[in-house]
Design a protein around this ligand. Structure first.
Ligand SMILES: *Cc1c(COP(=O)(O)O)cnc(C)c1O
Length: 362
């Protein structure tokens, strides 16, 4: 009953979400462990009024205005999305038809694969370089119709230097370069200015991680007005609801709250990286709110399952080159203490019982 591409494809698998009432320590989908600004709560309550009988403003005006004043970018260069996943879907739909080429690093955010399959686009997946670096040189050579750089990248947390992204944008002149900055508030620098400088650059942000609003579904896209106009053609007319628009505007108006939470996460991230390395994991330097904990050559599925039985969710990617790793979201200090208490006795057992698959020595 459906297009062959849809019949053939595997669905995107999101990380496990606990059932209501299920008490689990959730370190698997990179949510913020701290609550959103109290202003968000007030805005949500205030939005429960008679205006709900009306369709929301199609361009999410109040949310876009708040983004414009926080990021100092004209409104005509900003597009609001129902999560940045929706903005990614719009970008793929508008840019790619059957056989068109989309290029990105591998591994990266796996939703890109799903969106490419829906469009019947051809994927050029380029392996990460030394030290988990993005293969920006190779992406420049490929000249794909759409190039995506997730920075900081998931699942390894590494940041692509803005100067190199600037050079890549120049090399890809006339072709789209999308920079997915879902985690960039946890990093020391960002590449937002490139959306102003280059007519082919799109920068995407989300309020799901740093602003603690994954449940509200809020994303932002920054680009040249001509790009925004094209993306609007594939946008659902009323993609954000009234409550989300109000909540998003309130969150952006209290960026200081977000920054305080980010600082707490960064501090816990540094302490957790040290503890993971002490347990024998290889941990790349993270600019995000998660850590990749790797034991090269050893499948980490058994460790993920053992932690799950102890009520702790972490992410394992069974089909990835990083199946020898866990991606662990940075939680509160208490959550991380519980993680290490569960993990410390398990790690030596896993080392003994899990055969190495790549022939490398410890
Ligand atoms: C979480 C995430 C998104 C999606 O964010 P939403 O706004 O929740 O849809 C996009 N890209 C990357 C790399 C992410 O990790």
């Amino acid at each position: 009953m459906f297009r062959e591409a849809i019949e053939r494809m595997a669905p995107y698998t999101p990380g496990e979400q606990p059932r209501p009432g299920q008490r689990l320590i959730k370190l698997n989908t990179n949510e913020n462990p701290y609550p959103p600004s109290p202003r968000v709560r007030r805005a949500i309550i205030d939005s429960a009024n008679a205006a709900q009988r009306l369709y929301p403003p199609p361009r999410s005006d109040a949310f876009v205005a708040a983004a414009s004043s926080l990021y100092k970018i004209p409104r005509g260069m900003i597009l609001a999305g129902n999560g940045s996943d929706e903005l990614l879907a719009m970008l793929f739909r508008a840019a790619l038809g059957p056989g068109d080429v989309v290029a990105y690093a591998m591994p990266t955010y796996s939703l890109y694969d799903t969106l490419a399959e829906i469009q019947e686009a051809r994927v050029l997946a380029i392996p990460l370089g030394e030290n988990y670096a993005q293969p920006l040189e190779a992406l420049g050579r490929e000249q794909a119709k759409l190039t995506i750089v997730c920075s900081p990248n998931s699942p390894c947390g590494t940041l692509a230097p803005a100067a190199e992204l600037d050079a890549l944008a120049r090399r890809l002149e006339g072709r789209l370069l999308a920079i997915d900055e879902a985690y960039v508030d946890f990093a020391e620098s960002n590449a937002l200015h490139l959306a102003r400088r280059h007519p082919n650059v799109v920068v995407m942000r989300t309020l799901s991680k740093s602003f603690s609003l994954a449940g509200m579904r809020l994303g932002l896209l920054f680009a040249n007005p001509a790009i925004i106009e094209s993306l609007l053609k594939v946008k659902d007319s009323y993609n954000l609801n009234r409550t989300a628009i109000a909540a998003g505007a309130a969150a952006l108006a209290d960026a200081a709250w977000m920054r305080r939470n980010v600082e707490r996460v960064q501090k816990t991230r540094a302490q957790s990286a040290i503890r993971l390395r002490a347990l024998g994991f290889e941990v790349p330097e993270s600019s995000s709110n998660f850590l990749l904990a790797r034991m090269p050559g050893r499948d980490m599925a058994p460790l993920a399952s053992a932690l799950r039985r102890r009520g702790i969710l972490v992410r394992h990617f069974p089909k990835s080159v990083f199946r020898d790793a866990l991606r662990i979201s940075v939680g509160t200090p208490a959550e991380m203490t519980a993680l290490f208490a569960a993990m410390s006795p398990l790690v030596p057992k896993i080392r003994k019982s899990t055969p190495k698959t790549d022939g490398r020595d410890d």
